[in-house]
Design a protein around this ligand. Sequence first.
Ligand code: ADP
Ligand code: GLC
Length: 468
Amino acid sequence: MKIFNLSMECYPVAKVGGLADVVGALPKYLNQIESIESCVVMPCYNKPFVHEHSFEIVFDGWIHQSNQMFQVQVMKERSQSLGFDLYLVKIPALLDRDNPYGYWDESQQFLAFQHGVLHWLSAMKIRPDVLHCHDYHTGLVPFMIEYCPEFSFLKGVKTIGTIHNGEYQGQMKWEMAKFFPWFRGENSGLLDWNGFINPLAAMIKCCHAFNAVSDGYMQELFDNFRGLESLVRQEGGKAYGIINGIDTEVWDPATDAFLDFNFNKKNALAGKWKNKKALCEEYQLNPDLPLFSFIGRFAGEKGADLLPDIVEQSIQQTQGSLNIIILGSGDKNIENRLRDLNFTYSNLALDLGYKEFLSHKIYASSDFLLMPSRVEPCGLNQMYAMRYGTVPVVRYIGGLRDTVEDITTGGSGLNFANATADETVNAMHRALQIYHAPGLMDLLVQSNMNYNFSWEQSAQKYLELYRK
Ligand code: ADP
Ligand code: GLC
């Protein structure tokens, strides 16, 4: 069975968030199953990975968008060191950018990618068994292969849409239809939602099956999906929830090259302490205090706007008997407020950037990881934290409620019900009790490292879905 994953991100080629981690791991695990060949197709960005690896050009052609023509080249990575075939789609002026997102013409950019991929597959007579589309950026593919005559060779190919984040739907005005490959007007209703072209809605309508990245989030979407609730209910017969796994080779404290000190279950306490000491020294924090951390995009979904209040309240209420380290970037207001607090409180360490190596160090060094998310389709941070012996303190929502049970019921972390600073800080007080209870923290570190979030189980679930 040949599976083509279409995505805007893939670790280690280009990563903005968890989508990259998933697309960089799932195909690798699927390829370990006999009879499956899973590859990744993504845009060719201006990224170090592209310059540092060698590629073979496997296709060279042209696509039309409105009255413009764009060259499309498809390049296959030669070394195959990722555990799957990687194809990069090069479209000068639209895809050869520094980052996947954030450009004024990104709707056209995503359309060009989808058009380019389908043009390549049709022209080269490559017919995958499944086109696996990740998020709305590739959500028009199921429509295009059924209703754009240019891709009639692909008609009938099975399509699966994975919703990593239903907050983003890619809605665009109907004027943008001029950038689409040609389709009959009578089919335009499949693209429409409330008078706009909505790629995520089109994906749900036209794919053979779709899934959210956790069961918990799938259930939430029926009631809360930014306007698509009725659609998802109507199409509920082909909806699934499949929890993400983590790449336990990339995320292994015993071998992780980003860590100052590697450790395993047997020497976890000593290992975590050495890492914590080194990190605290670097950020001028007292290592004898419990260390809470936050890693993530500064966006409303992540509850990042609550961080300034969480920092102030928790440090004040405990008279400075805890430390907090924050790694992230995004909303400028949040960044500025945190910058101010960083001058006021020596218990706060702040790194406003995207630093893969530092995230690994923080998971390994922290005692607790904070996730006050408003929306969390799956969340990978809590699983990385547990693998590194850290206790997650999470809002009970989406994938977080599927992966972190409260310790009062025998689980691995702390839950709270609402995304507010007060509730987060209350949970931090509970965390401090655990921290100071003789022996309890050590037990939790050990038992959290025993959880198995590896992709093996979830890859099987995708396999079942592909077979269906
Ligand atoms: P999302 O995809 O919604 O951002 P996830 O929890 O699925 O959330 O995945 C986030 C991924 O991005 C994790 O691998 C996390 O470690 C990483 N990450 C987020 N922010 C940063 C940052 N500032 N520096 C390094 N890694 C980050
Ligand atoms: C999205 C979600 C996150 C999820 C990730 C990978 O970015 O916000 O919760 O873990 O995709 O599926």
